[in-house]
Write a protein that binds this ligand. Structure first.
Ligand SMILES: Cc1cc2nc3c(=O)[nH]c(=O)nc-3n(C[C@H](O)[C@H](O)[C@H](O)COP(=O)(O)OP(=O)(O)OC[C@H]3O[C@@H](n4cnc5c(N)ncnc54)[C@H](O)[C@@H]3O)c2cc1C
Length: 384
């Protein structure tokens, strides 16, 4: 077993870290306040090909489709700079661009994937509805067949990047009125008549990441825009989330790492009782615990990525990675605020933002309870 990053992965880590420190970190506080991603950073990220991280070069990507650990390293470093950019990049790549690469037809790749990979268009994954959160089987947005087209009607909520996205993966119900789980995934262009962006959410954390309601009123989508097979959308959505959770886990690792580093710096600088507070065992133990939790989370995340790339069953591993990483980030952010004392609550210090951002990780792409459910279901199915 080799725990070291390859030379290419080390290079990716260094380049992304340098980029994040130079451009993402300085813009993070203002973006959080404005609830908007910085456009200059966006253009630079496009130039770095971050929006096509896990897409092959032939479709305009950076070629990490067979190197999910490399993809994790990139997301981790982006999120270490700003978790809002971390989720934006992870969602765009993991649950929109990559599924089109993996499950799409060649025509769909030419039509949608290249622009996504180049960052010319941002993608959103639209599953959640007012009455279908953890219970994704409860989707009520309908797609009714009409000749060679489907007509979509309904409303999605909480879509990451929804308000800025030009390409949407929409999970719709295509079965009978009472049937659950008979669904289909459609690729929808935001220019299609009848589509509109509804409420933009005002959130606690990852505030710069756009989270929006999306409204579909008689939106006509050609049947060639079906991703995978008609009627198999629920299974497809679950597969998409299996990979997506690896990206979210990496985002949480990056955020946790930022909280740890801020705490170490502060513990060495802040003097109370004539000593740096890092000399007190109470503070040392917090730092040790944060470090262990984040390192464990990183290993869980890389293992899920490794299993994905080697063609193994990785669904349970990605649920474990997402669970462990989001809880490690939350624990780290909590301790980071405590170590900073009163200053930890002030906007002048980034740990205040890390704390709000970390809570999000325990909710999106399946809550911690749902990850535990997925893990237990896998174990119980396999038996002793
Ligand atoms: C910032 C943000 C970004 C998001 N981005 C996207 C996106 O891009 N696309 C998208 O489709 N969705 C997105 N979501 C939605 C997100 O995936 C859901 O919020 C999440 O799955 C939980 O659904 P819910 O909010 O309806 O909570 P509910 O499902 O109502 O859950 C409420 C509580 O009950 C618990 N619970 C529910 N069922 C069970 C059970 N069977 N066993 C034990 N506990 C249970 C939950 O864990 C939770 O604690 C985003 C959400 C947020 C906050």
């Amino acid at each position: 077993m080799d725990f070291s990053l390859s030379e290419k992965q080390k290079m990716l880590k260094n380049v992304t870290r340098k980029f994040a420190e130079e451009f993402i970190v300085p813009a993070a506080r203002e973006s959080d306040e404005k609830q908007e991603l910085d456009d200059t950073v966006f253009q630079r990220m496009k130039g770095m090909n971050f929006f096509g991280s896990c897409i092959p070069e032939e479709y305009g990507g950076a070629g990490l489709h067979n190197d999910s650990i490399g993809f994790c390293v990139v997301i981790e470093e982006i999120a270490r700079g700003d978790a809002a950019w971390g989720i934006t990049t992870a969602v765009h790549n993991g649950v929109v661009a990559y599924p089109i690469y993996k499950f799409g037809t060649e025509d769909q790749k030419q039509k949608f994937l290249i622009d996504l990979a180049k960052g010319n268009k941002i993608g959103a994954f639209c599953l959640t509805e007012a009455n279908a959160g953890s219970d994704a089987g409860g989707v009520q947005l309908t797609a009714v067949k009409d000749g060679d087209e489907y007509i979509l009607n309904g409303t999605k909520i909480f879509a990451t990047s929804g308000g800025i996205a030009k390409t949407l993966l929409v999970v719709a119900k295509t079965g009978e009125k009472d049937s659950r789980k008979k669904m289909t995934v459609f690729i929808v262009d935001s220019n299609t008549p009848g589509y509109s962006v509804g409420v933009k959410e005002d959130k606690m954390g990852v505030r710069a990441s756009n989270t929006s309601e999306l409204v579909f009123q008689d939106v006509r989508v050609p049947q060639e825009n079906i991703l995978g097979n008609s009627g198999e959308g629920f299974k497809m959505a679950m597969k998409i989330l299996d990979f997506g959770r690896i990206g979210i886990a990496a985002q949480c690792v990056g955020l946790g790492q930022a909280a740890l580093e801020a705490s170490i710096k502060y513990a060495n600088e802040r003097v109370q009782f004539n000593k740096p507070i890092g000399k007190f065992q109470a503070i040392q133990w917090k730092i040790a615990d944060m470090s262990c939790a984040i390192e464990a989370a990183r290993l869980f995340t890389y293992k899920a990525a490794y299993l994905h790339d080697t063609g193994s069953d990785f669904g349970m591993a990605s649920a474990m990675a997402k669970l462990v990483s989001s809880e490690a980030a939350m624990q780290a952010a909590h301790s980071a605020v405590q170590i900073h004392g009163g200053y930890g609550l002030m906007k002048a210090y980034p740990v205040e933002r890390y704390f709000r951002d970390a809570k999000m990780g325990e909710i999106y792409e399946g809550t911690s309870e749902i990850q535990r459910l997925v893990i237990a279901a896998n174990l119980l199915r396999k038996g002793a």
